[in-house]
Design a protein around this ligand. Sequence first.
Ligand code: ZN
Length: 433
Amino acid sequence: MNLEAYRGLPSTVGGVGLDLVNAPMIRHWCEALGDANPAYAAAGPEAIAPPAMLQAWTMGPSGRREHFDALMRELDAAGYASVVATDCEQQYVRPLRIGERVLFDSDIESVSAEKHTTLGTGYFVTTRMDVRAYDEAAGEKPGDATPVGSHRFRILKFTPAERRERPQGVDAKALRPRPVVNRDNAGYWEGVAAGELRFQRCDDCAAARFPWLPGCNACGSDRWHAEAASGDGAVYSKVVVHHPLPPAFGTKPYPVALVELAEGVRIVANVLGAAPDEIGIGMPVRLGFQRHDDALLLPVFHPSGPDRLPPLRVPVTRTLIVAGALASRDYQEVHHDAEFARTKGAPDIFMNILTTNGLVGRYVTDWTGPDARVESIAIRLGVPAYPGDELQFSGEVTERGEDGRLMLAIRGTGRLGVHVSGTVKVRVKGASA
Ligand code: ZN
């Protein structure tokens, strides 16, 4: 194979969006992804499309793709028949509005050398697309089209590695240890199930205590009541566990913190959303919950403060995966047909990259509010998100510009590890005079 010959060739020539930008497709997208941003539900000229939908308007057969199709056929014929998207970088010049038609062209930017990955052996193919649009509903012509954004997309065409006999996250032996629940601590676990971190307070001397005990450490009284913690706290101490790593705890060193809650009691928990060496003593943290499997939900903490986005939990349901794939017009079987996905070496259907990209966009605008303008989203996929998982999104502000522009680092973590990491540039209107 002379794959190098494809570099720089056109990928899609003369692509035309099959549908005008329209309210029903926007609504389906927002419903599928749980995005309640009112900017996308507005009527008339105020309405804009979610920026992360950019690629969705270009999906479907349109334009000439002979070089790209030839490259895919050549890789298929050589045995690299599986495909997975790995990176997506979108830059948004302006929002798309209802009634506009998109036009798009793309090039094959690069084809990598053969790479060995955890999924298998194959080639990364990167394309770069320019998207323009004109207001067809208002009588504009294709020649009136102006730039909307660009979209760099990387896929891996690969031969699946031999499946491990016991895929991580499925094997019962790889589950986290179960808590011992008894009559003295049952109220604590009932609180966790209800999304609360409950501690005890003595009815006689008002001392707070945690972990749960039958009697008061301060006065010995056995009269107490439970209170729900506010969720604010600070790291009191921490360790990083390097070795040995039981399978359920992943393959990377992980931090365990002793968190002092605002109410004065301390709890041992994981801190998510920060690298182990970023977790410092005194760091403000905020309570969250992490689902490890169907039967185990544990309290965790996320870094908090003005530079941190509040955590967002997104259950990865079969419905979200399928509805997200459909809303982004991605009909690849691996996103809706579990039997087919297994023939491609995956244990089940998995979330498509456009849904992940949309969730990252939603996470950011949930925080900024509807007046913010997302200018770019660049993400890299890590481990897949399968049904039954739960993504924990966390984020931080890494740069603050003079003009209300923020650079954010975003991460979405599931049971198997980091599902998505990336950066988002957003301009917050009115953030500066
Ligand atoms: Zn007491």
